[in-house]
Design a protein around this ligand. Sequence first.
Ligand SMILES: [Zn+2]
Ligand SMILES: [Zn+2]
Length: 311
Amino acid sequence: MSNMPPPQDKIAPEDDNDTCPVCKSTRYLNPTLSFLINNCYHRLCSSCVSRRFTLGPAPCPYPNCTLILRKNKFRRQTFASLETEREVDVRRRVARVFNKRTENFVLGMEGEERDEAMRRRRDYEERIEKVVFALLKGGEEAQWAERELEEEARDESGIRENEERARIEGAKAKNRGEVEKLKSQLNRELAEAEVRLEGEEKAELKKGRVQVLVGSRDEGEAKRVWERERKRIVREFERKRAEKEWDVLEGFQEQSRWFVVRKEVEVSWLEAWRKEAATVGGGYEVGEYFQRGLWEAFSGLGVCVEEEKGE
Ligand SMILES: [Zn+2]
Ligand SMILES: [Zn+2]
């Protein structure tokens, strides 16, 4: 409990950043004056800190503050606002205990099971925010938050996960060869699947595979989980592709009533352009050249080649 930050109202007013509230030194008279803070976030100048705390722990000189402070716990402020400073410290402390990541919730799951896991993930994040908020508020709510922190630290599944992670790390260090073998096997499988895949899908699969490798205990589990995860990713992309292929015009094609442009017309001096990167790079086709030529030649005259020919 002694690490707990004080409630908001006991923090010093911040309207005067240049005067030490204890010895009244000011930056105006002493340009090298620097301020330090401790667990209670009460600002003291560095000479006050050495004068009061060099001989050992002593109480904070601020009225209403009951904390006993140690010299080695004084530090420079990182953020301009003490409120921000305090919130960042609280968040760091909470994040050390509430340390589950998204893949701890959803790895290897799909469909409804996955949705349910994502819901649990969101609940977890909400709980984190509540704990942070309560710690910042202080009083009874902070006591509740401390209990939440203790409970989460004790949480068996969290401990088990951390142990598993440690064991994987240990196994990796002990037997890198086996892990390398597994990796190259997965790489081979992936290479086979990749032949018919698009870039985005490839990237997604690679990401998924790395997650599986990091999160699995052994080769067998990695294979099983990866197989499910791979199928899920591929299915997802197939669904997206099917959506993309839906044609808004439902097969309707605009066609000229006046003439038919053949895709290939042999014109010797145009042949070089047909394949040139500078010509086709932007999506240009030589056929468009003919179409425009024909329009320019005949549209203004109201002449229709096919009709004229027919007569
Ligand atoms: Zn001072
Ligand atoms: Zn204090």
